[in-house]
Design a protein around this ligand. Structure first.
Ligand code: GLU
Length: 475
């Protein structure tokens, strides 16, 4: 019986091999579905409370829209499986924060670049800090299996540093590299700049020792052996258009922008507090966020920014409690005891909702939330001034990215002289929002491991779907 199935399989594979090269664009349109394979990680594709998100997901969704087809995202357990999926022509595109390398380019057609990244050597502060390639020879280096960095280290080993040694971590998410560093299982890790900057907050003792080479291109790869000419032309056009109309920049800002400006000390304290203080308040924060139909990670992030989750916090300027409400705000919200943690959290959540309701309708999510947070700090009137300034300077007053650039101008007399409400500490408001965004993302990512795909167990997982079904029938 089994032999029979295998013969059938071999015959089928032969037949498939002999087929005409198919036009992938026509095939996608015919099927009405674009299949994108990605890695499940904070920098690429993951699920949050509102569903799928991540930089690669956002781009893929726009591409599917442009093609007028449905999007199907697939994840793999590691980078080797990702390319194996392309080899088997089981996906139309691989979009996973992938670096353009010579080896890959020789086998897989690829798009024009849509992002830049720099490979970096990361070490743990307090330990030896290597400064160059010679220093890292003989050290225990962790890299993602099948990654561009393995290719790079191999080349370096052949040409310059024969003593180079490394361990390949068989995962798709670079968080695992940082985990190994943290646990002392590795001395160094090689990781891309964009990945490291978004994940560093939880690993404050880890720092960049030096850049391993120059900036590189991030591209999408396509399966070999099919006619991708038209699909590639479509994709390249699509990327150029997104570059031109500012969408690409906006997505970059949305997914990677919040990492600027969170200082290392902040990161240190945050990591410690997530471990020690958050568990004490988490249940309550979740409950109150739920009452106000808010993402609890956001409420937790605001509370952290305000008081470091300290219900008894007080400041010399007279603000108090977990959400650091002023006396006047508290009164307006019906909070009579600001040091009562339940009242404080409720007050803060209600206050944010109230501000959000008063923002102009044209401001859409997520910008709406970031602007509401800025107003939470400096008031709606000043936010409005910054939006007017933005418009005057040719920016879009409904985008946080544009308004964020103008808020600090409210501290310079040549600008605030000509606003309605005058001076405001705009820079502080920007820092506050960017910090909250960062804490918020990190808290939300904490839940990623729970949805990670399991490693493939059976050889069947490697078979194309149609063949798998046939084989099952035959058996
Ligand atoms: N960009 C890397 C690659 O293309 C993956 C991410 C990383 O290892 O930091 O293989």
């Amino acid at each position: 019986m089994r032999r029979h199935a295998l013969t059938l399989l071999a015959a089928l594979l032969f037949l498939l091999g002999g087929c005409e090269r198919q036009d992938s664009l026509a095939e996608i349109r015919e099927r009405g579905e674009l299949v994108v394979v990605s890695r499940n990680s904070p920098t690429t594709y993951y699920l949050d409370k509102n569903g799928a998100t991540g930089f690669e997901y956002a781009l893929s969704a726009l591409l599917a829209e442009a093609l007028d087809v449905e999007l199907r995202m697939e994840t793999v357990y590691n980078l080797r499986d990702l390319f194996a999926k392309l080899d088997r022509q089981n996906a139309n595109i691989a979009a996973a924060g992938l670096t353009l390398t010579e080896e890959r380019a020789a086998r897989y057609p690829h798009s024009i670049p849509y992002y830049k990244l720099t490979p970096q050597v990361v070490y743990v502060t307090g330990n030896f800090r290597p400064a160059n390639l010679e220093d890292i020879a003989g050290m225990k280096i962790a890299v993602l299996a099948g990654s561009s960095h393995v290719e790079m280290l191999k080349t370096l080993q052949r040409s310059e540093v024969p003593d180079l040694r490394w361990e390949e971590v068989d995962e798709a998410d670079t968080t695992q590299l940082l985990e190994q560093l943290k646990a002392g299982q590795a001395e160094l890790a090689v990781i891309d700049s964009n990945e490291f900057s978004v994940q560093q907050t939880l690993y404050p003792r880890q720092q960049v020792a030096f850049d391993l080479g120059r900036e590189q291109d991030m591209v999408w790869y396509l399966p070999p052996g099919i006619d991708n000419t038209r699909l590639l032309a479509f994709i390249d056009d699509f990327i150029l258009r997104l570059q031109k109309d500012g969408t690409l920049e906006r997505l970059r800002e949305e997914h990677f922008g919040h990492t600027d400006g969170v200082s290392r000390m902040n990161a240190f304290e945050f990591a410690r507090n997530v471990e020690n203080s958050l568990p004490v308040h988490e249940a309550l924060i979740r409950k109150i966020a739920n009452e106000y139909r808010m993402d609890w990670h956001l409420l937790a992030a605001i509370a952290y920014q305000e008081s470091h989750w300290d219900p008894k916090a007080t400041s010399p300027t007279g603000v108090r409690g977990m959400m650091m409400l002023t006396k006047a705000t508290a009164r307006a919200l019906g909070v009579d005891n600001r040091l009562d943690v339940v009242q404080s959290l409720r007050g803060g959540a209600r206050y944010l909702k109230k501000i959000k309701r008063r923002l102009p309708k044209k401001i859409q999510e997520p910008d709406r939330t970031w602007m509401a947070l800025a107003a939470y700090n400096i008031g709606l009137a000043h936010l409005e001034d910054a939006r007017v300034l933005t418009e005057r300077q040719g920016g879009n007053p409904n985008l946080w990215q544009d308004v964020m650039e103008r808020l600090p101008l409210l501290q310079q007399s040549q600008y605030y002289r000509n606003t309605r409400h005058g001076y405001a500490r705009g820079r502080e408001a920007v820092t506050l929002v960017q910090n909250i965004r960062h804490y918020y993302s990190v808290l939300a990512w904490q839940e990623i491991p729970e949805i990670q795909p399991l490693p493939p167990q059976r050889a069947d997982d490697y078979l194309p779907e149609t063949l798998r079904d046939l084989q099952l029938q035959a058996l």
